[in-house]
Design a protein around this ligand. Sequence first.
Ligand code: GDP
Length: 275
Amino acid sequence: MVLAQLGGSIARALQQMSNATIIDEKVLSECLNEISRALLQSDVQFKLVRDMQANIKRIVNLDDLAAGHNKRRIIQQGKTSVVMFVGLQGSGKTTTCTKYAYYHQKKGWKPALVCADTFRAGAFDQLKQNATKTKIPYYGSYMESDPVKIAVEGVETFKKENRDLIIVDTSGRHKQEAALFEEMRQVSEATKPDLIIFVMDSSIGQAAFDQAQAFKQSVAVGAVIITKMDGHAKGGGALSAVAATKSPVIFIGTGEHMEEFEVFDVKPFVSRLLG
Ligand code: GDP
């Protein structure tokens, strides 16, 4: 089997699993069997394939999955949802918040943006600029330094205005720091988001697992967005982020502009990893 075909087979197996609403023993076994078949046809040693199957089954904790992946919190148009974005500074969080809002606005949603990033000077201006360009209402403050207060006020304001998708942009730091995670925990507790999205730069490579896990340990991350996929990085770190957060990748960022944002599709992603 040539590499491209192998990629296709693995992608198909993963896609089937990601389409399943409930991931149980049967769905996992089917996916692993499918991948094993493809690997064997590509002359990967039988023992290696068998060990891989056994290892994955040991690592994957289906009870954990039942609590996270299976209960994928669904946001619904016409009903108010709060979506909180988390990620390190420079990951592309602010840009991605607006892209996400703009994407949904084009589909008929009524999004709104709240800037609860009081750490980075200029964060509010950046969000304001993006929001104005895309004609999306925004909330923020130049004076207030308490991110929790701004987040709560913003969410309350937009709930009153019946916006159905309230997006909360939060602070980042250059490194994983205790203060950042405590702030995320507080903003999450105060705004009770329906979904928390972890934003990750595709080029961070091996650091992805630890970074994603650190965020997951402080807040209930439910989805991942990988940015800067237009660069050279293959984005293999996405697999680590998925493993660490037990959450699906939902979108990828492919450029600096508002339209450069795509629904995640497993097949081209796997082809790129193998290519
Ligand atoms: P934040 O600190 O996490 O809020 O990051 P920003 O949203 O300010 O983004 C940091 C930089 O990355 C900015 O220059 C963005 O234009 C850029 N950026 C964000 N997403 C993408 C992407 O998908 N592709 C590229 N090429 N640049 C991006």
